[in-house]
Design a protein around this ligand. Sequence first.
Ligand SMILES: [Zn+2]
Length: 452
Amino acid sequence: MLTQRTWIKNPLAVFTANQLDAAGGLVIEGSRIAELLSAGQQPARPVDSVIDAAECVLLPGLINTHHHFYQTLTRAWAPVVNAPLFPWLKQLYPVWARLQPEALALASRVAMAELLLSGCTTTTDHHYLFPQGMEEAIDVQVEVVGELGMRALLTRGSMSLGEDDGGLPPMHTVQSAEVILEDSQRLIQRYHQRGEGAWMQIALAPCSPFSVTPDIMRESAAMAQREDVRLHTHLAETLDEEQFCLERFGLRTVDYLDSVGWLSDRTWLAHGIHFNEEEIRRLGAAGTGICHCPVSNMRLASGMCPTRDLEAAGAPIGLGVDGSASNDASNLMYEARQALYLQRLRYGTEYATPERILGWATRGSARVIGREDIGQLAVGKQADLALFRLDELRFSGSHDPIAALLLCGAERADSVMVGGKWRVREGQIVGLDVKSLIARHRHAAKRLFADI
Ligand SMILES: [Zn+2]
């Protein structure tokens, strides 16, 4: 059987971070990009279908490097709307502890649907809640990822340090080290795919310094090394956390990270805000990735990630929407726009260009999660891409199409392809009844708060 060839023809603009000429569009063959065409150039061989992209900007599929899907059930909850991280967490933990598999499946479907519609083709999720009945939470998520046809790096999160032992989460939300490690091993064996074009990967992700023991950090690092999978955690998000590390371990956050064997290029960190110069140098030298989550950082007033200094030191930077209880939208284009504006406040207009920020959302995020086969429009890479139409009202009168995406506020892709398959067409997810999903998800969100 011949492999299907599709020509995405003559886009208005193409975002190739490496300045490749693709004005004539690109040809997809099977699951990969086969040709990049310059203006007026014809494909080398006949194609089976042609997509006219004359009104569209073509981007590599965006990559989301931090999320908590389950939190879509607890968006904009009045008691925590105006709370900073620690009180926000303390009020939400008991609600989250009521999570059940069906609600997690709906929450994951909603989060991924939102991401897909914003042009995202690969996402991570950091799931660290395994109360009774939720022992197979990651298995539930694997199934939903398959339904939506996205690429995913699901992280087996964990919490092992409860309130009685000096941690932040309530005791009924934490698990023993044995259970965590056994399940981590099982998930890697069952689901982790290796190599080019992988659709499903597993990483290990103890939640944060204030919710896990140093032992779990060390054991997770050892398992990640042994199994060659990635490591993820929250770090240096707030000054409360820094204070916790100083009091409990007598160490600042990066010293703590180093002390448990995590300061490496296998690790990526969510937030990465409160670092001093020496810590930035060490993170850069180690090649530790940082996921910048601007909206969450602004909502919780956590601070600003020092992206320029981290980049200059050698740390890869990616973007993440973070969980929906602190964002509360799973829209990666919206996140890129906020990153541009927030980083301009810190480093000025000339640093935070649309090209740099879109670079973080694509190639940067790919580096952060250790992938070289996605995040770029180049021959041989996976055919993961998004088309944004610029004939909407919000773009009328704009000139530079790439800048217009962020400055005019693009938020919804017209078409999204993952591994050569269309997952979004004309702004709709192929095969998903969104109306019915919303009805079921809203019902599950209400039930979570019943009798509270
Ligand atoms: Zn988070």
